[in-house]
Design a protein around this ligand. Structure first.
Ligand code: ADP
Ligand code: MG
Length: 200
C-alpha cells in the first residue's frame, strides 16, 4: 500500500554563490518523511545535512543560496515556490527547527517562561496562570527537572542539553503535533520526548 508522504524532498540541489564563484553544496538529494516517521540524515561534516534542513524552512541566505534543481513538497504544497509570507505561516504552524546551538535561538534577555509564553499567547491565546500551568507541563514533558523553578531561568543559566529541551518545548508549544527538523542529534535521554513529539 502506498501512502503520500507528509514531506517529500526530490532532487534537491543547493548552490552557494560567493565572490563570483558557485559551489554546489548538495547535489540532487531525495527523501520522504511519512506521518509519524523520524528520518535522520547521516553524513560526514560538510556533506550538507544542515543546509538541507534549512532548505525545508527556506532559511538559507537567498539569493546567495539557490536551488538549481528540486522540489520540497509538504502536505501537497510546494515549499520552494512559496512567498516569504506563506513560509512564515508554515514555520509558525507546521514545521519548526531545533537549531544545533540553541543558545543562539533563545533570547538571552528573556526568561524561559516568557519565551514559551509568547508562543502560547500567539498560537493558543493562553495567558496568566493557564499559560504558566501549560509551560510547566511542557517542561516536564521534555524532561526538565524542577520546572517550576526553571520558569524564571534565563538561557545562560541552563546547560546545553536543557536549552535544547526548552527549544523542543517551544516547538510543542504551538501544538505543532511535533513536526520539526532537528539539526544535530538529540541525546538519547531526550529520545522519549523526541518519539512522543514525532507524532503528527
Ligand atoms: N552560507 C553559506 N555560504 C556558503 N557555503 C555554505 C554556507 N552554508 C553552508 N555552506 C557550505 O555547504 C556545505 C554543507 O554545509 P552543512 O550543511 O553545514 O554541512 P553539515 O553536513 O556538516 O551540516 C559546506 O561545504 C559548507 O561550507
Ligand atoms: Mg550541520
Amino acid at each position: 500500500m502506498t501512502t503520500t508522504p507528509l514531506l517529500s524532498v526530490r532532487d534537491l540541489s543547493i548552490c552557494f554563490r560567493q565572490g563570483g564563484r558557485e559551489t554546489l553544496a548538495v547535489d540532487r538529494v531525495s527523501f520522504d518523511v511519512a506521518k509519524g516517521e523520524t528520518v535522520a540524515l547521516v553524513g560526514e561534516s560538510g556533506s550538507g545535512k544542515s543546509v538541507t534542513a534549512l532548505s525545508i524552512l527556506k532559511l538559507l541566505p537567498y539569493p546567495a543560496a539557490s536551488h538549481p534543481s528540486g522540489t520540497i513538497t509538504f502536505k501537497g504544497q510546494e515549499l520552494l515556490r512559496m512567498s516569504e509570507r506563506q513560509m512564515r505561516r508554515v514555520r509558525g504552524d507546521d514545521i519548526t527547527i531545533v537549531f544545533q546551538e540553541p543558545m543562539t535561538s533563545l533570547n538571552p534577555l528573556h526568561t524561559i517562561e516568557k519565551q514559551i509564553g509568547e508562543i502560547l499567547l500567539l498560537h493558543r491565546g493562553l495567558t496568566g496562570s493557564a499559560a504558566r500551568k501549560r509551560i510547566v507541563e511542557m517542561l516536564t514533558q521534555v524532561g526538565i527537572h524542577d520546572p517550576q523553578t526553571r520558569l524564571k531561568s534565563y538561557p545562560h543559566q541552563l546547560s546545553g542539553g536543557q536549552r535544547q529541551r526548552v527549544m523542543i518545548a517551544m516547538a510543542l508549544a504551538n501544538e505543532l503535533g511535533g513536526r520539526f527538523v532537528g539539526d544535530q542529534q538529540i541525546r538519547r535521554s531526550t529520545s522519549r520526548c523526541r518519539r512522543r513529539s514525532s507524532r503528527c
